[in-house]
Design a binder for this molecule. Structure first.
Ligand code: DGJ
Length: 534
């Protein structure tokens, strides 16, 4: 066990030392043995993200953005750059927004994930410049079955692809030129692609393509027999076809952008139901919903990952969707989640699944609210709910990311059962929620005030056979040997943090804090726990 601690310390020290040598290195995604890390300045980085509201992409709004980012202890801001503001006149690019943003982000010690609101934003094409919107001949729209056009651009429009790609290339080239320190660590290509209310383009050109054979690579990736789209995908044919057409478009844009600056690129998914596809044809059809991920992965390999936007306050759906997107071939990143307090607990669940980042949406002081998806009001209590775990992780964002990219992790969020469990190695980990600190059920011995609230969670990283990092809030963690014939005991539980890559204990937890399990209350804490058997 000592051995493993020394190894850990050594490993973390050498990671820290290597970092300075790698400052200036391009951000990139590393995948080893099915675990992922986003490398920023050459070393792992956990994005404690926050996304602003949709219309906060103007210099006039930034004063209402940074104080919220600071209050949150976020280390990464996600913020749009819209095609309509970037290329208001065809061929003339306006870099002023990006330049202002980068300068202020650096002053605020914030990394940036830039969101390219290009041809599609939430399935529609409202962020395109007016010269695109006004020329439906050059930039064709999705057509409904009855031939009527929509406001959404067709992914089959060749001029649309050329124009979007040209603008995106200009953006990435500018980043190459002006962002030598890589303040921008990742770029989102488009936003929540996928049409609503119409399953795909039914234009004559689309119909011709739809009648053809499914390309071999798509068929194979989807595990299907050969045939036309309708033959191969049946009920899901429209959605699958749409996914292929959008993914091909995004691939072209991404490849051209990467040729200018090879940053990690991703796109985000408007997801529905983690278990069925019933709504697939009606909601965000063609977007990278989990059921068409094989199509997206095959047709858009230039994307480093696809991230789910998670707004539904249903535990099974949220956790199920985290599982759908946490894959050996897809690093888990939640680019958007609700900024209502219920969502905080899923931060822990995402971390436990190896997430490289997570970000509540609508985090600025413009006083707009996207309720009921998000908080009705971004009041101090709501900000504090998100800030509490971020404060714990901000100083150790790199340490955690390094550990999670090499060690098994597990996360839990409060559920309606009030308990959760797993086993890691020879230890069973049981978590309970909403119990009083002594687990006394007698009358008068009240549960804690948060017992009925949708709050609480925690995360574990296994450092060695009997050694764990455990962090949590509003939860109790107990460790028992998996084998009931074996007795287990706690050797030590140090509360602490990492400083310059080294574990720094501030005190030991003992007595009331651990006798009934590790009792995490309002203040999130990080423990290094050593166990043994006797
Ligand atoms: C998901 C989108 O990606 C965001 O831009 C925003 O529209 C939210 N939905 C809703 O507030």
């Amino acid at each position: 066990m000592r051995h493993s601690i020394r190894f850990m310390t050594l490993m973390l020290c050498s990671v820290a030392a290597a970092a300075s040598a790698h400052a200036g290195e391009l951000p990139r995604l590393r995948t080893e043995d099915g675990r992922h890390a986003l490398l920023v300045d050459g070393k792992p980085y956990l994005m404690l993200g926050a996304q602003v509201h949709n219309s906060s992409n103007y210099p006039s709004v930034l004063p209402q953005v940074w104080p919220v980012m600071q209050a949150l202890s976020a280390n990464t801001i996600e913020i749009p750059v819209a095609w309509e503001q970037f290329e208001p006149t065809e061929g003339r690019f306006d870099y002023s927004w990006v330049d202002t943003l980068l300068a202020q982000a650096r002053k605020n010690d914030m990394r940036v994930v830039l969101l390219w609101f290009g041809s599609w934003k939430n399935g529609d094409s409202t962020y395109t410049p007016e010269w695109v919107k006004s020329d439906t001949k050059r930039f064709p729209r999705l057509q409904k079955r009855d031939g009527r056009p929509t406001t959404t651009l067709s992914p089959l429009g060749e001029a649309t692809l050329a124009a979007d790609r040209k603008a995106f290339v200009a953006l990435m080239r500018h980043l190459r030129e002006v962002d030598r320190e890589h303040t921008v660590i990742m770029v989102q290509v488009e936003n929540e692609i996928g049409s609503h209310g119409v399953a795909r383009d039914y234009s004559p050109a689309a119909e011709r393509l739809f009648a053809q054979q499914v390309p071999e690579d798509i068929r194979r990736a989807s595990g299907k027999q050969s045939g036309t789209w309708a033959e191969v995908f049946g009920k899901e044919a429209d959605q699958a076809f749409a996914a292929w057409t959008y993914a091909r478009f995004v691939q072209e844009v991404a490849v051209a952008g990467k040729a200018e600056k090879n940053l990690p690129l991703y796109t985000n998914a408007a997801v529905f139901d983690a278990t069925g596809t019933a709504m697939a044809a009606q909601v965000a059809s063609g977007g990278p919903n989990w059921n068409v991920l094989p199509i997206w992965k095959t047709a858009a390999p230039a994307l480093d990952l696809i991230g789910p936007d998670l707004y539904l306050p249903l535990e099974k759906t949220y956790l199920g969707l985290l599982d759908r997107y946490a894959r050996p071939d897809n690093a888990l990143f939640v680019p958007e989640t609700s900024n209502a307090i219920w969502a905080v607990r899923f931060f822990w669940a995402a971390l436990g699944r190896g997430a490289i980042g997570w970000a509540p949406f609508g985090m600025d002081a413009t006083s707009y609210s996207n309720y009921p998806l998000g908080a009705r009001k971004l009041d101090p209590a709501t900000i504090e709910a998100f800030a509490a775990p971020y404060r714990l992780f901000r100083p150790i964002a790199r340490d955690w990311a390094a550990i999670a990219s090499k060690h098994p992790t597990w996360g839990t969020a409060k559920n309606s059962a009030g308990e959760d469990s797993t086993s890691m190695g020879s230890w069973k980990i049981s978590v309970t929620y909403g119990r009083n600190n002594f687990d006394i059920p007698w009358p008068g011995m009240e549960p804690p005030p948060w017992a009925k609230e949708p709050v609480g969670g925690g995360v574990v990283a296994q450092l060695g056979p009997n050694e764990f990092l455990v962090a949590g809030q509003y939860s109790r963690f107990q460790f028992m040997p998996v084998d009931p014939a074996v007795n287990g005991q706690i050797m030590s539980a140090e509360e602490g943090t990492f400083i310059d890559g080294r574990w720094q204990a501030s005190r030991r937890w003992n007595g009331d804090q651990i006798s009934y399990g590790f009792n995490f209350n309002e203040q999130p804490a990080l423990l290094r726990v050593k166990l043994s058997t006797y």
